[in-house]
Every structure is written in structure tokens, then in C-alpha cells.
Design a protein around this ligand. Structure first.
Ligand code: HEC
Length: 131
């Protein structure tokens, strides 16, 4: 019995260390998905306040991902911490740009910036999950 317990603690520790599943990251990501959807809702309802809410939430969540450690077995020199930090700064800036464009009535530019953010989300997931 003791052995089994010990084994599962060791296995759990390994999973965590390798960053295969990190519950905290998952929670941040699920909140991020909600915030991104809020921005989209703002576009459809043509509502600056809703876009601004989504942008604020995305920016707040970006402060959590800049400490992410991501496993990338293809490239051992890959500095995941730096990558996450750079991407989180870049996504925050893009979110500000998107809001300014929306406020200025440049809806096309604003949705294009939105799509650039989506591509950044996908790019990181491609590295992590090979999606
Ligand atoms: C710097 C890397 C990085 C960026 C950028 C990133 N993510 Fe993630 N994302 C992750 C990690 C890490 C996971 C968890 C993967 C795992 O443990 O399998 C994840 C998983 C997810 C999931 C799945 C959660 C689940 O329950 O399985 C969603 C949804 C998600 N991200 C949304 C987003 C959105 C929306 C953006 C862009 C605004 C984004 N992510 C940008 C790293 C990133």
C-alpha cells in the first residue's frame, strides 16, 4: 500500500516537472479563451465597453503566462521562459492596439489585430501540444 502511494507521488511529480499537464496553466488558458471570446462579442455588438473589458482581462492574464515554462523536446536550447515572456508582452501590446483601432472606428484593422493575437495563441500551442 505504502509503495503504491509513493509510486503515485513520484509519477505525479514527474508529470508536473515535465509540464505535461499543469492545472494552473490550464486555468489561466481557459480564462484567456473566455476573455478572447469577450473581445469578439464586442465586435459583433459594436460595443467599445465589451471590447475594453476583454482587452483588460487578456492583459491581466498575460502577466501570468510570462512565467510559463514550456517543454519543447524538439529543441533543447529553446528558452521557453523567454519565449513566454516575449509573447505575453507582444500580445498585451497587440490588445492595446486593437482597442485603439476599435475606438478610432478602424474596425477592419482592429479585427486584423485580433487575428494576429489568435495566431500567437496557436503558435505557442503548436510548440507545446504539436497541435
Ligand atoms: C507562451 C505560450 C502560450 C500562449 C502564447 C498561449 N497559450 Fe494557451 N496554452 C499554453 C499552455 C502551456 C497550455 C496547457 C498545455 C498543456 O498542459 O497541455 C495551453 C492550453 C490552452 C487551452 C486549453 C486548456 C485546456 O483545458 O486544455 C486553451 C483554451 C488556451 N490555451 C487558450 C489560449 C488563448 C486564447 C491564447 C491567446 C490569447 C493562448 N492560449 C496563448 C500556452 C500558451
Amino acid at each position: 500500500m505504502k509503495k503504491i502511494l509513493l509510486m503515485s507521488i513520484v509519477a505525479g511529480g514527474l508529470l508536473f516537472a515535465e509540464g505535461v499537464v499543469n492545472r494552473e496553466n490550464i486555468k489561466v488558458m481557459q480564462d484567456l479563451e473566455t476573455s478572447i471570446a469577450v473581445i469578439q462579442k464586442g465586435f459583433f455588438y459594436n460595443n467599445e465597453g465589451i471590447v475594453a473589458n476583454g482587452v483588460n482581462d487578456v492583459k491581466a492574464l498575460m502577466k501570468n503566462i510570462d512565467a510559463f515554462k514550456i517543454q519543447n523536446e524538439d529543441d533543447l536550447k529553446f528558452d521557453s521562459h523567454k519565449y513566454a515572456k516575449d509573447e505575453s508582452e507582444s500580445i498585451s501590446l497587440l490588445a492595446d492596439t486593437l482597442l485603439t483601432q476599435f475606438k478610432d472606428g478602424k474596425k477592419d484593422d482592429s479585427t486584423r489585430t485580433y487575428s494576429t493575437i489568435l495566431n500567437k495563441c496557436i503558435a505557442c500551442h503548436k510548440i507545446i501540444r504539436k497541435w
